[in-house]
Design a protein around this ligand. Sequence first.
Ligand code: ADP
Ligand code: MG
Length: 327
Amino acid sequence: MTVAQQPLGEFDLIERYFARSAGVRTDVILGVGDDAALLRMPPDTELVAAVDAVVAGRHFPFDCDPRSIGHRALAVNLSDMAAMGATPAWATMSLTLPSADEAWLRSFSAGLFALADAHEVALVGGDTTAGPLTVSIQILGHVAPGTALRRGGAAAGDLLAVTGTLGDAGAGLALVTGRLDARDRAAADAMIERFDYPTPRVRFGCGARGLASAAMDLSDGLVGDLPKLARASGLAAHVDVERLPLSPALQSLASPQQAREWALAAGDDYELLVAVPPERWDALAQVAVGLNLKLTTIGELRPGNGVHWMLGGQLFAAPEHGFDHFR
Ligand code: ADP
Ligand code: MG
């Protein structure tokens, strides 16, 4: 005898997949289950808040592994905390789902909570509705007063540096959408992994507090993001395009020109871009070494405005813009 499976209701869905005991943190006074969450801020800190949505067909292909969607939705928010030098603590999530598919939910929540646990972030509330797949997460964190990293703190003479390597996620997306040949399977899998599971540089961001003069995360590509930091600091950015850090996997899959273009404009890398006064470079480089993270100087800030790209000793016309939803 078989019992027809009842479709999962909204409350069972929340209970089963998102209402984990707040065990990970002792500062959650009240988590999922009431009208709002109650959180205890560490004494003498500033609250840091950000929200980012990921939309099916926009930020990831429709047939994307749900585990990677769960990871990505939180990762993009953790990356914003990293860019501020903030310590992430809590998250709320507005989830819009076409249907209550349990296999999908199991995999999605596994991806979300694996990353949440790695950063000791508690999901403390949210909202669940039916509709086109969209995951909007609000992240809350904290920072000692006056120490957050802003975009506008750089001074002329500061060095510009980026963490990790650039362009990998662009190659990963090109591979999953069939625009790039997977000539080397291992390299292709590494690039797809970089697109599906971006690594927010939270520990580096916290370590850069007091050292970096400005920071932001690279979500839209250097050509889209760097002008924002330069403008906020009231300076011109000068970048040596040859110095952009490219992974061996990217270089084995793409032509030098294609690799450079993805590194400049593809977006989705979620590496950090920082400005640092030359006298604090060594200390910041030590932070990166301690995290086994690559940190590469790509140029510097000077008086003036705009971004000046140099390649082979000449001004280089970079791709016009990074990712922009309304272009
Ligand atoms: P309300 O009607 O008061 O907004 P809901 O019925 O929307 O409450 O949600 C019930 C509880 O479940 C609330 O505590 C809410 O924060 C939580 N919640 C709802 N959806 C999610 C979700 N996707 N993830 C985490 N918590 C959720
Ligand atoms: Mg609600």
